[in-house]
Design a binder for this molecule. Structure first.
Ligand code: FMN
Length: 192
């Protein structure tokens, strides 16, 4: 028998006791429009705790987080480039940053692993946001020269500190269907 629907629905139908986490993961979508209200400070604190809990290579935990809840600053970031415009309409952004220079110097790692560490933190933030009734989107900054030239200076980042991405967050006004299914054309087993 085949079962229509996504993994959360299958888990639920199979009588598994807790499908909430799977629903949360499948339900995460990029939301780029937000209500005007602020995000409560205790929710921001939870987002940060989840960000710090992300795995990191050799447990180096290289990420720094800049909480941006100043509406004027958010608007300035929104005005920095066409692709950051949506930030201007959000009540909150968390900038995931890494001191790349210190990372390379202190850990003799020049292979860019800090980006993967930062990506783990980003995903933790976006998933935790959903658990808190928030929505959000990942806005890439690092290695996009127009963004990287304009956004970090607005945050007074010290030299050598890279801004990987902004998690742009708030109470969403867009509603999107959850993800479901796997792409069989991209699925391989025991080798390509
Ligand atoms: C590494 C990465 C960079 C992204 N950069 C941006 C971005 O700069 N601006 C944006 O609006 N969305 C950005 N996104 C969000 C993607 O566009 C989005 O995840 C994708 O379209 C799939 O939609 P979904 O998140 O609703 O599943 C980024 C996502 C990732 C993982």
């Amino acid at each position: 028998m085949t079962f229509e629907g996504n993994a959360a629905e299958r888990e639920s139908a199979a009588g598994k006791i807790d499908d909430r986490t799977i629903r949360l993961i499948l339900g995460r979508r990029s939301v780029r429009a937000f209500e005007g209200r602020d995000v409560e400070p205790e929710k921001v604190e939870t987002l940060l705790e989840c960000a710090f809990a992300a795995p990191s290579a050799m447990n180096i935990r290289p990420c720094h987080f800049v909480v941006i809840d100043d509406r004027n600053l958010l608007k300035k970031i929104g005005g920095a480039t066409e692709r950051t415009r949506l930030v201007g309409g959000a009540p909150l952004a968390i900038a995931v940053c890494v001191d790349e220079a210190a990372y390379e110097r202190d850990h003799k790692l020049t292979d860019g692993t800090w980006m993967e560490d930062g990506a783990c933190a980003m995903e933790n933030i976006l998933l935790a946001a959903r658990a808190l009734g928030l929505e959000g989107v990942w806005v890439k900054i690092a290695n996009r020269p127009d963004r990287e030239d304009t956004v970090p200076p607005l945050l007074d980042l010290p030299g050598g500190v890279r801004l990987l991405a902004l998690a742009v967050l708030g109470y969403g006004t867009e509603h999107k269907a959850p993800h479901s299914g796997t792409d069989r054309a991209r699925l391989h087993r025991n080798g390509w």
